[in-house]
Design a protein around this ligand. Structure first.
Ligand code: HEM
Length: 561
């Protein structure tokens, strides 16, 4: 039997849009019926009360979704800020060094890191008004300031056990401009996927606008390590996004057909869904190039530790203290912040993850893949909040520059601090630029959702149901492949010692042959992901939720309870 899919969620209540903003208004689905469990399709997307525009179309300059580049900006990113902001760029150059292995090292053990941090401490606070000249300037400022913040935090030596542990301070010269710029982009004051990927690439010809066909992403502007692996890690994500532009176009065309829903429209819809499956396979193909272009050991030991956010020690994280934070600004930091730290010095933001990309979330929502947490997961997450000390959740302890054996890792540097009942998507929404967040919310409240129509016509138009299930099958294949990536880049690396070469770059002493050969005992079920659920259980559940949405799972070879 096909499980009942719950209606699309309404707009999140956690975002801080004004109450009369159209995204804050409740969707106006009519009463559900058997054929349309999400409510009868209607041409009114929101209760307007005369205030809200009808935003049923996804032709969407307002959402910063470009027809040629999808979620990547349609105009070129800025490579370097100039004038009075040059000082930030210079501080970043000094942190990165000119060649791989020359930059700062995690843990801040050396004189070099101390001197760099002293330099930052002496920097004055630069006024941000001139950044308002353009969106690309603001974006570049967010990139530079968040890279600086992560460099500063991760080169701060851990306090000795005798010193009372305090949240890690971020100096006012970084935090004040960062807290001013972040809300203008609708981003939290921490490194996000937007900083490492969306705002961090140059197309083949930087003189002209990027484009999926003729001018794709070809270079990365900023990295922590200067390694080819890090560049490729960001670049491949950008190439997935550009492949996603075509998927978004097909989704938009499909939604237009849904509006008509006559015989011709259903035929066209069937074709679009088949093409969508093909495009999702292309995204998978690009994702799999990670396996040969990125060195898993470098990724795990050298690159990923820089991504850790303020919540990366799990429920017991001390967080980051944004110095210079005043009450007005404080309200602005709470968008993505855990409710448990509002008003506290230590802010718990997560580091970047490709899970923050809007692309797969958009496809999920379009196809009505439901990722709500199970009752058990909800209980476990709540339990971990109430009793962090007794929590079964293993925290993210990406290896840093110490001799302590690392515990299992969870994600791209994502903290495993449980965030109550929020689903992964809800949490990740807060790390997307505001227009993309709005796009996802808009899509989830679209008046003419796809699945109810496919269910309605499944018997009379089996080709439509097959095409719809085919798109879900392609998405399942993506998740299957992604799990192979996670296994190679995280699980397998967590079990091994870093090689001599990587240990040298990390500033670690060489190990004896015996020590090198030692496999670490790691129970894969204990490796945790964002939201606190076991990483592999979480990823498998995402994969299985994909097939659960199928209309004719038996025809596609799936048995559902
Ligand atoms: C070396 C490469 C990658 C690694 C190690 C990796 C690892 C992970 C991990 C550990 C998670 C669990 C959530 C978290 O803790 O953040 C995750 C989730 C996710 N990642 Fe990746 N990832 C990689 C590349 C990618 C790429 C290229 C994409 C997009 C095309 C992607 C899309 C996603 C999505 C959508 C999720 C949410 C779970 C789902 O929807 O199935 N990842 N990833």
């Amino acid at each position: 039997m096909i499980p009942k899919i719950s209606p699309s969620p309404g707009p999140s209540t956690t975002h801080s849009l004004p109450p009369n903003h159209f995204l804050s208004l409740q969707p106006s689905f009519a009463q559900p019926t058997e054929n349309f469990p999400s409510g009868l399709p209607s041409t009114f997307s929101h209760e307007s009360n005369g205030q809200a525009p009808n935003t049923a179309s996804l032709a969407s300059a307002d959402f910063e979704v470009d027809v040629r580049t999808g979620f990547l900006p349609g105009s070129s990113n800025i490579q370097r800020l100039t004038g009075k902001y040059e000082i930030w760029e210079e501080a970043l150059d000094a942190a990165r060094g000119s060649t791989p292995g020359e930059g700062l090292i995690i843990g801040g053990q050396r004189e070099r890191e101390r001197l760099w941090r002293d330099g930052i401490d002496m920097m004055s606070i630069v006024d941000t008004t001139e950044l308002l000249v353009s969106l690309p300037h603001l974006r570049r400022a967010h990139v530079v300031l968040t890279f600086l913040a992560h460099f500063y935090v991760h080169t701060t030596p851990a306090p000795s056990v005798t010193v009372a542990k305090e949240p890690i301070p971020i100096p006012a010269c970084i935090s004040v401009p960062l807290l001013t710029v972040s809300p203008l982009l609708g981003l939290p004051p921490v490194l996000t996927y937007a900083d490492t990927v969306l705002y961090n690439f140059l197309p083949l010809n930087p003189a002209i606008a990027p484009s999926n066909k003729s001018n794709p992403p070809s270079e990365i502007i900023t990295t922590f390590t200067g390694t080819r692996s890090e560049e490729q890690f960001f670049l491949i994500s950008a190439l997935c996004e550009i492949a996603g532009a075509e998927a978004l176009r097909l989704m938009r065309q499909s939604l237009d057909e849904l509006f008509l829903a006559d015989e011709k429209a259903i035929r066209r819809l069937t074709v679009y869904l088949k093409k969508l499956a093909h495009q999702i396979d292309k995204i998978s193909e690009v994702t799999m190039t990670l396996m040969k272009e990125v060195d898993p050991e470098e990724f795990y030991h050298l690159i990923r530790p820089w991504f850790r956010g303020g919540d990366s020690d799990g429920p017991a994280s001390l967080g980051w203290n944004y110095l210079g934070l005043n009450e007005d600004v404080e309200n602005l930091t709470s968008i993505a912040e855990s409710s448990s730290t509002v008003g506290r010095k230590g802010k718990l933001f997560s580091g970047p993850s490709a899970g923050q990309s809007s692309l797969i979330h958009a496809i999920d929502i379009f196809l009505t893949v439901d990722h709500s947490p199970t009752a058990e997961e909800r209980e476990e997450a709540m339990n971990a909040i109430e009793h962090p000390d007794h929590s079964k959740i293993i925290v993210d302890s990406t290896p840093i520059n110490t001799e302590t054996p690392p515990a299992p890792n969870n994600g791209h540097g994502h903290g495993s601090a449980p965030k109550g009942e929020a689903t992964f998507v809800q949490r990740m929404l807060q790390y997307m630029p505001l227009p993309h967040r709005s796009f996802i919310l808009h899509l989830s409240t679209h008046p003419n959702p796809l699945r109810p129509l496919v269910v309605h016509y499944a018997h009379s138009h089996p080709a439509l149901a097959t095409a719809y299930d085919g798109a879900l099958e392609a998405l399942r294949r993506f998740r299957e492949k992604h799990m192979r990536v996670v296994s190679l880049f995280i699980i397998q690396q967590a079990r091994r010692q870093p090689s001599e070469r990587v240990r040298t770059i990390m500033g670690l002493e060489p190990l004896s042959e015996e020590e090198m050969a030692q496999q670490k005992e790691i129970d894969i079920n204990m490796i945790r992901g964002t939201g606190g659920s076991a990483l592999f259980t979480f990823l498998k559940r995402c994969r299985d939720n994909t097939t659960k949405a199928m209309v004719r799972p038996n025809a596609a070879g799936y048995e559902l309870q």
